[in-house]
Design a protein around this ligand. Structure first.
Ligand SMILES: [Zn+2]
Length: 289
């Protein structure tokens, strides 16, 4: 009985031990599963955090995970700032209103200061269709030299250009405006600038012509060989066709293929490449006051 009893006890003991082992292995499996699951969750959490830069690391996460998230956040914030200031530079160009600047904007809404006279007027060494020594022969020094180069280049290609009208004083513009205003009625603004708003007063504009149009300033100049060549090459010497065809609403002027404005090679080339007027470049809307 004792033996049998001891056998029974030891069998019961073995069974208990086996049940304990099973429970233990079940617990170990459970712990392993939970730990693995949590690790996976944590890892995917880090991944999510790096995907969305503005997600801050949650409390209780490993320090590295938080550090990673914060680093990413700072980095992407810096990128955003960089991008913002870059687009600001590209989009906001301050309007040049310095009358002595070669890139100054002068139009109906941006008049020159009263009594402004350009500081460095010269008479460029180019052909004029008249002999008299009139003030309108003048241009500012840099613009005058550029005009000489443009005309010399045309000459090389077998074309002779003539300078008809450059610098115009405030007083002279006043006379012209009154004269044209009387003839054109209310439309004077479209054909002649109000005193103070003419580019000719800057000493940076020159009206040019050729013999094929009888040295006149009219639209047929655009159809001449000279006119076509100028439209194509003026920018290489720093000039733009200031009042182009199809942009009348933007510039406030009818098409003037003869009116050259000096802005320097860099800006002239950019405006030509992008097909922009000065108003478009400076984002100035004449309709808004
Ligand atoms: Zn003109």
């Amino acid at each position: 009985m004792d033996d049998h009893g001891s056998i029974l006890r030891s069998r019961a003991e073995r069974q208990r031990q086996e049940r304990r082992k099973k429970r233990l292995s079940f617990r170990l499996t459970l712990i392993f599963t939970v730990v693995t699951g949590m690790s996976l969750l944590l890892l995917s959490g880090v991944h999510l955090a790096s995907d969305s830069p503005h997600t801050e690391g949650k409390k209780g996460r490993k320090n590295t995970a938080i550090a990673l998230t914060k680093h990413k956040t700072i980095e992407s914030d810096q990128n955003a700032t960089k991008k913002e200031s870059h687009t600001d530079e590209a989009e906001k160009i301050e309007v040049d209103t310095d009358p002595t600047s070669h890139t100054v904007l002068v139009n109906q809404t941006h008049p020159l200061p009263d009594g402004y006279v350009p500081p460095d007027l010269v008479i460029p060494d180019v052909p004029f269709p008249f002999r008299e020594n009139l003030p309108k022969k003048q241009l500012r020094r840099e613009a005058g030299e550029a005009l000489e180069q443009l005309f010399a280049e045309a000459e090389k290609q077998g074309m002779r250009l003539y300078a008809q009208s450059g610098y115009r004083s405030y007083e002279r513009q006043k006379e012209l405006y009154a004269f044209k205003g009387n003839r054109a009625g209310g439309a004077a603004n479209q054909v002649s600038a109000r005193p103070g708003t003419s580019e000719h007063q800057t000493g940076l504009a020159m009206d040019i012509t050729c013999s094929a149009v009888g040295f006149k300033l009219n639209r047929s100049f655009a159809q001449t060989r000279e006119g076509r060549w100028v439209a194509e090459h003026a920018h290489q010497h720093g000039f733009i066709i200031r009042y182009p065809e199809g942009k009348e609403e933007i510039t406030g002027y009818t098409y003037e293929p003869w009116h050259l404005r000096y802005v320097g090679k860099k800006m002239a080339t950019e405006l030509k490449r992008k097909n922009l007027t000065l108003e478009e470049y400076y984002e100035v809307d004449l309709q808004k006051k």
